[in-house]
Design a protein around this ligand. Sequence first.
Ligand code: ARG
Length: 582
Amino acid sequence: MSIIKKLNNDIEKLVEQAGYKVENLALQPSGRRDLGQFQLNDAMTLARTYKKSPRLIAEDIIKILQQDSRFTNLNIAGPGFINITLTDAYLGELLTQIYEDKNLNIDKRPRKKIILDYGGANVAKALHVGHLRSANIGEALKRLATLLGYEVIGDAHLGDYGRPLGLVVLEIKKRYPELPYFDESYTGDFSEIEPPITNSDLEEIYPYASSKSKEDEKYLEEARDITFKIQNHERGYYDLWKKVVEISKKDIKQVYDMLNVNFELWLGESDAAEYLDELTKIYEESNVLIESEGAQIIEVKEDSDTSPMPPLLFKRSNGTVSYETTDLATILQRQKEMNPDEIWYCVDARQGLHFDQVFRAARKVKLIEDKVILEHIGFGTMNGKDGKPFKTRDGGVMSLKGLINLVEEETRKKINPDTVEEDMREEVAKTVAIAALKYADLLPFRGTDYIFEPEKFADLEGKTGPYLLYSTIRMKSLLTKGESLEIGKITQFKTETEKDIALTILRLPTTLNKALDSRSLNDITEYIYKLTSLYNKFYAENKILTEEDKELQKSWLTLTKIVYDINMTLLDVLAIKVPEKM
Ligand code: ARG
């Protein structure tokens, strides 16, 4: 349990001694620091329960608190707000405890098994800007939830099923008809053959085939036929498709590596395919499949709906299954193979209707136990300056690699040539670019759209990744320079800034909890900025390494180490890497 929670519990007991029962008492940071560090507002609610004036209740509480040597400057403001300040000695003691054990500044939760579906890259298509947020938010949520005690299994859930695969294989067939995959008399081992295709070929082939299929009905028909062949594991076609997946996956992995995104599972839509028969049987036996113009649909409307809720398309009239259905099959698969407590989907908010339909259809036949929570964690889009989803200059979809390059052009200018050796500069510029992009992406509440502004993201000042990296590196360098000095105890505070830092440190557990509860990283990105700028103010106000008062110096170095450790922990939660120098 965090020490701040323990303190809250202690105060709860003291309030009880004063004759009042409060549940989940929580000190609030005071808006009026001249009156106190913390505020206790419970006298207002207690007044209603105990039918007594809040002022009198506050006085009773204060009388008890005054007997406790941990508190000072106790006073009542307004109708009954109690202001509480911790003595310097006690505040220092709390901080020293955190220095000794980081876990005392975190509230762990009971274990829970969560499958986190994020990333959502599609095979044979380049990752684009739309996939960026799922990767960033998903990875950070996974790390945060893990830090707080959950077991989280991240699944890439590759888009490797459906029409795109038929299109790609068809186009390869048109270009290389002589390949053994298309030769029915071939009896050799396909795994020994390498198709003459690279990932950049795929990135050209898919858009080509896709637009061709829109104009050419016969071509589309052929692609459908091939999709059907692949889905039925027909020799040759199926083997070529598996090669395509392999080639594409290698490239997708590279981009995710660049973003410090690691999946525990690399399953795809196609992996759920083996559950399709069982899934169909479940729905058939429950009599919820409705025939509609040759297709099969499921009604998911509920009486309380205020907006349109179209039925879920289970099977198309041509026999192929929809994206909704592969998601249903995946739920069945996850329940059977992993038995999770919750499944989270970190996917663009514009897919909200899709998930409503899928979750309702799943509940309808109890595809998953009622107690298992299904949650769509939607997010807004990254827009261009025109307020529309960010595009390339000629209006095309921006690839993720292209986007990273744009930010890198800006961060390259920020690397200090005096500190970073020439052969390292490119790599550092890349690390800083990823940090810039991620921090900017995680700064607004996840549901909010934001604008892509690479110059701003790369700024060394303000709420940016580079500012945090630069400051954190400076803390580390100070600690290294002061290695031979004493560290490990906080016994005094010279200025209010130091106490502000200390109080901000104590707010870490609340911040982490709030972030996890809201499934958004904005509280963390704001917090780390606040802590860092307070620290930088303190750093500018004092000469730590040459301080003559050794006790004070020790307190300062200890404070520095705690802030540094928190920054490193939080940057790691955000999946932001810190370079040695920049
Ligand atoms: N591949 C999909 C896309 O690019 C995202 C998949 C999200 N996950 C899911 N279970 N539907 O839009």
